[in-house]
Design a protein around this ligand. Sequence first.
Ligand SMILES: [Zn+2]
Ligand SMILES: [Zn+2]
Length: 221
Amino acid sequence: MAHVLDLLLPQRCLGCGHPGAQVCVVCLACLPRIEPPMCTRCGAPTAWPVARCSECAGRRLAFASARAAVAYDDRVRRIVAGWKERGLRGIAARAAEIVAEAVPRPAAWLVTFVPPDDDRTLRRGHHPPERLARELAAVWELPVGRTLERRRASRRQQGLPLAERRRNVRGAFRTSGRVPSAVCLVDDVYTSGSTVAEAASALRAAGARKVLVVTFARAVR
Ligand SMILES: [Zn+2]
Ligand SMILES: [Zn+2]
């Protein structure tokens, strides 16, 4: 249904409302790219290259590294919200192009993604992290597969403080199928890192030695 509406309604840019493309050239050019220097571990922009930063120091993170293409500012927030809510088909390919420009091809055997909370995905009819993972896998010429499932529905992470976010997702994922030693884990937005850390820990428990997280956007404090 979402796709039919996309065809019938005049299109507007999700970022700025300008009539035309789903994301206009101005918005594409203005997306706040995350560039080095950054934290090697969690990908937060820093004043100089560091192995750990104030955001990730002292946290047990099951992933080896996290990288994102753009900072999660208001414009990016609107684009991601439109992508999630309206299931716009063109966005995943554009997002993947932007990620591929910013993030080097990960040294992984498989690209996988944070699975949907089923109710929400049914309502939306599609799942942005899976779309992004499939587009990136094509660009990087890597196999893509669903290895993670939700063990139970978790409350939305949005609006929860950090400690709550960790508790909310603890034990939320299980794996199915074969998990290779190095895996690239894709999600749409990195906020506190709690969700990808929990998903990475399920992949590690299933045999992955290295989990490399890649997201389209990242909250920057
Ligand atoms: Zn725009
Ligand atoms: Zn860090």
